[in-house]
Design a protein around this ligand. Structure first.
Ligand code: NAD
Length: 503
């Protein structure tokens, strides 16, 4: 297989590095079989950064077979669990050493601010890999006494070859959420990056090799979802599919995976509510709710995109929220230190956000702020939109029900606690939820009633490697992070032992 070149790149922030452009299979960067490629675009300038190889069905087959071979190879299969952990620790150290390069890459092709990529994404990536490194040699089976002449024991074994598919909103960090537990449990992996943000995952490939992973244990492919993603999900040698992305794609994946009855876990979309009760600390509620929808350009699966405010404090909350958005949400280049919100990731996402603004206006909601394309310099380029706030929103409206995945929030009023809970639960999603109250009893009562996989009390968007992450309803199946994240990547075998009971 022909190797693919590394391209010397100089990013707008002055960082220079060698970008691999191939498919990372068997620890080598190779050209795709059909020679196809995809362009990675800077959403601030709309210019091509570099082209990378795009996998077709034949490439997916090569990658999966490499992972399958590695799964059976003694260099991986017989590797002591603590050595798997050591490899992950080494990888975490290498990511840490290269954090400026990673933050540069993710800011460049995603549009997120460099500062945010460095502080949030990179910190998370390193801590998640270290967390799962620690788990590698701490998962055990059980001994079960059945009767005096027999007993049984269980062993935790890897599931096998895992196909992992990630989105573009936190490219490196999403990859680490999936790689950490899969590797800790002894699986082998073919991970497909999102077509919008392939670069940091390929750079990670160089570190996988440097850390000393045996060839084929971790493979990275790029490619179009309907081609490479779909081929991965339908491949007979893939034992499990772990997906993060939209609910619509998750449905398609479930359908395809059903044909070979694959184990699946899904992290999908959301329309997460944030409730502000009349006894809340309004200043805190405003700060957290602004962060909950406007950070990362609103491209957060757990974005608290529906705010419900008690009528007694509604006017005060709204005035402060509008003011905070005006003074804090500075839209600009991802490299500028004072930028809060960079460009949306792609033209498609930019157009999607503006389309929803049109839909909201058409449905009769009040556009209280934003909703416009923005120019941040005289070049008139980039997928920038202003932070958008809709009020007078009804639960029947599409902007209430549907995930927009941009800096667009809808705000509604309520009068009773039960009404707030009913409104919070009034969508098909159930990923995150936040509530603001100074009353402890109310906080726990409402937290129990909200249909969501995660609830934040007097906060929004907290995420920790030790705490399970995932959704209910149409927001997903299974959990990532925490001990629960290991469940997705191991299976239990029961062994019955007869100590002498003769028939
Ligand atoms: P998407 O579903 O279009 O794409 C996600 C990934 O799936 C990409 O790698 C894409 O190439 C691949 N894909 C697309 N079609 C496929 C197919 N038919 N078969 C296999 N793979 C396919 O989503 P997106 O627009 O890139 O990402 C945004 C969505 O992701 C939002 O809905 C967001 O809520 C969700 N998301 C969820 C979480 C979570 O943890 N719950 C985290 C981040 C993003």
């Amino acid at each position: 297989m022909a190797s693919a070149p590394f391209v010397e790149l100089a990013a707008p922030n002055g960082i220079k590095y060698a970008q691999p452009t191939g498919l990372f299979i068997d620890n080598e960067f190779i050209l795709s079989v059909n020679g196809e490629s995809i362009d990675s675009i800077d959403p601030a300038t709309e210019e091509k950064i570099v082209a990378v190889q795009a996998a077709g069905e034949a490439d997916v087959d090569i990658a999966v077979k490499a992972a399958h071979k590695a799964l059976k190879d003694p260099s991986w299969k017989l590797l002591p669990a603590s050595d798997r952990g050591a490899l992950l620790y080494k990888l975490a150290d290498l990511i840490q050493e290269n954090r400026e390069v990673f933050a540069t890459i993710d800011a460049w092709d995603n549009g997120k601010t460099y500062a945010d990529a460095l502080e949030t994404d990179l910190t998370e990536a390193v801590t998640v890999i270290r967390y799962y490194a620690g788990w590698a040699d701490k998962t055990f089976g059980q001994t079960i006494n059945t009767n005096h002449q027999k007993f049984a024991y269980t062993i935790r074994q890897p599931i096998g070859v895992v196909g992992q598919i990630i989105p573009w909103n936190y490219p490196l960090s999403m990859a680490t959420w999936k790689l950490g537990p899969a590797i800790a449990c002894g699986n082998t992996v073919v991970l497909k990056a999102a077509e919008q943000t392939p670069l940091s995952i390929l750079f990670l490939g160089t570190l996988i090799k440097k850390a000393g992973f045996p060839p084929g244990v971790v493979n990275f492919i790029n490619g179009i979802g309907a081609v490479a993603g779909s081929a991965l999900v339908s491949h007979a040698l893939v034992d499990k599919v772990a997906f993060t992305g939209s609910t619509a794609t998750a449905r398609a994946i479930m359908g395809t995976a059903a044909k070979t009855l694959k184990n699946i876990s899904l992290e999908t979309g959301g329309k997460s509510p944030l409730i502000v009760f009349e006894d809340a600390d309004i200043e805190q509620a405003v700060k957290w709710s602004h962060l909950g929808i406007m950070s990362n350009q609103g491209q957060i699966c757990t974005a608290t995109s529906r705010i419900l405010v008690h009528e007694q404090v509604y006017d005060e909350f709204l005035a402060q929220f509008l003011e905070r958005t005006k003074t804090t949400s500075k839209v600009g280049h991802q490299w500028d230190k004072d930028t809060y919100q960079g460009p949306q990731v792609s033209k498609a996402q930019y157009e999607r956000v503006l389309e929803y603004v049109k839909i909201g206006k058409g449905e009769g909601a009040t556009l209280s702020s934003g909703g416009e394309p923005i120019k941040v310099d005289d070049k008139d380029k980039g997928f920038y939109v202003s932070p958008t706030i809709f009020t007078d929103v009804l639960p029947t409206m599409r902007i209430w029900q549907e995930e927009i995945f941009g800096p667009v929030v809808v705000i509604a009023k309520f009068t009773e606690e039960q009404q707030a809970v009913d409104l919070a639960n009034s969508t098909t999603y159930g990923l995150g939820a936040a509530l603001f109250t100074e009353k402890v009893e109310k906080a726990h009562r409402v937290a129990a009633e909200i249909e969501a996989g995660m609830v934040w009390v007097n906060s929004s968007q907290d995420c920790d490697p030790r705490v399970p992450f995932g959704g209910v309803k149409q927001s997903g199946i299974g959990r990532e992070l925490g001990e629960a994240g290991l469940e997705a990547y191991s299976q239990i075998k029961a062994v019955h032992v007869n100590l002498g009971n003769r028939l």
